[in-house]
Design a protein around this ligand. Sequence first.
Ligand SMILES: Nc1ncnc2c1ncn2[C@@H]1O[C@H](COP(=O)(O)OP(=O)(O)O)[C@@H](O)[C@H]1O
Ligand SMILES: [Mg+2]
Length: 287
Amino acid sequence: MIKTIGICKSFSDRKVLSGIDLDIKPGMIFGLLGPSGAGKTTLIKIITGQLAPDSGEVNVLGRNVSELTGEDKKKIGIMMDNHGMYDRMSCTDNLKIFADIYGVPYSEISRTLKEVGLGDAAKTPAMKLSKGMRARLHLARVLMISPKILFLDEPTSGLDPMTMKYIHKLITEQKDKGCTVFLTTHNMEEATVLCDEVALLNEGKIVERGAPDQVCRRYNHQKKINIHLVSGEDIELAHEAGSAEELEKLMSQGKIETIHSSEPTLETVFIELTGRKLDNGEEAQYA
Ligand SMILES: Nc1ncnc2c1ncn2[C@@H]1O[C@H](COP(=O)(O)OP(=O)(O)O)[C@@H](O)[C@H]1O
Ligand SMILES: [Mg+2]
């Protein structure tokens, strides 16, 4: 569905992407993860044909991105940032502008507004929307075209947990309809619950990739079992045959309240790989 081979991009003498290979199968939610400044937005721009790479190839929908037809482009929804809304215009009128551009019938507008939970706000001017509602209106714009591929650049960044969950539901519904989703995030929890596959971009290279649970298991160096006892005590056992007797004893005596094996989370894996947290903090400085 989306394939890139050896994408490289520099801005003046600063190399932002060096040799990005991706192969994203139809119908999956793919998450491109990486700290701020890692090059995620640059890569989305290149894949969607908004920016030319210095070298490398991009294929989308089985065609070189520079050769996509008008019909192909109508199947691709791109949500990059929160610009491009007319504040004084109602939700419906904002969507009409987009419907005209994409040749979508106006009948799709009320359907989509309902789909994103803005059915009652159809006549509300964009400037009166809360942040969460605004995010949903932005999503409505791209969902209106019933996309085959959806590019979402940090779709939930800065949103409250309720709106974030709602947007996750909308994204999952798109997947259920057979849409392929390419999203970027620096939120590891989001990636874990939402993505079928992730790739971590760091210093211009993909340093790890796979299903989130697969990636986590790969970094399970500790191999521990953490047990919380009914008595309130915490104990840690090695995750190996030698612990079986102790475990059996605790269990048969009904002493265990909770028990967990110690796979790392995506967050810990990526801190290990990048040496820092993937929050939206200071911009990465790569020489
Ligand atoms: N048009 C541009 N000109 C110069 N530098 C840019 C441009 N766009 C992005 N950059 C730089 O490229 C790096 C990657 O940016 P970006 O792709 O926005 O990262 P991310 O989306 O992962 O936060 C950053 O250091 C940014 O400053
Ligand atoms: Mg970005």
